[in-house]
Write a new protein. Structure first.
Length: 181
């Protein structure tokens, strides 16, 4: 009996050793110094393919902010009802950009038209904690617990346009030999 208990404890201890410290911090301990969001905004309410939307925020954390990852919903917040079925938020983080105070989101032809509402920020601090800050309206409609902030200024709409305003042109094309082996 004592042997089984010791083996169980040993296996549990070894499995914890295999996890990276950041995973343990994220999974088991709450951040003693959670971040706070002072404001979040976008620089334009409407954008089309080729435009860049600047998403800016002021997140403070006593441990220092490592990165911030915004997640959006493709839904108009004014029409959201608590019983609506909606897909989970999608990340718009661009890994090659500094993201502690904002990022530039370039609208591409693969982005679907419609309202983009930033409903969540995942904040990683320099101590390794990841904390989610939810938009207060979204959290209330979804009965989500945790940190909330007013993100109503972080809504922009992607509109369809008539196509490429500057389409490419082909002036010539050729091959260097008519027959090749």
């Amino acid at each position: 009996m004592l042997k089984r208990i010791c083996i169980t404890i040993l296996v549990g201890a070894l499995s914890l050793c295999c996890l990276p410290c950041s995973a343990i911090a994220e999974s088991y301990w709450e951040d003693p110094n959670p971040p706070s969001l002072s404001w979040i905004a976008v620089d334009r309410p409407v954008a089309s393919v080729g435009d860049t939307v600047r998403i800016s925020w002021d997140v403070q954390d006593a441990d220092g902010v490592e990165s911030v990852e915004p997640l959006t919903l493709r839904v108009d917040p004014s029409t959201l009802k608590p019983d609506d079925v909606i897909s989970p938020p999608s990340p718009i983080y661009l890994p090659d950009q500094e993201s502690s105070s904002g990022l530039d989101y370039r609208i591409s032809s693969t982005d679907a038209p419609g309202k983009q509402w930033i409903v969540r920020l995942d904040v990683r601090d320099k101590a390794g904690y990841v904390t989610t800050i939810w938009d207060s309206t979204y959290a209330e409609n979804r009965n989500l617990q945790g940190l909330t902030a007013d993100m109503s200024a972080a809504v922009f709409e992607i509109v369809e346009n008539a196509g490429d305003p500057n389409p490419p042109s082909l002036s010539w094309i050729a091959v260097d030999r008519p027959v090749a082996s």
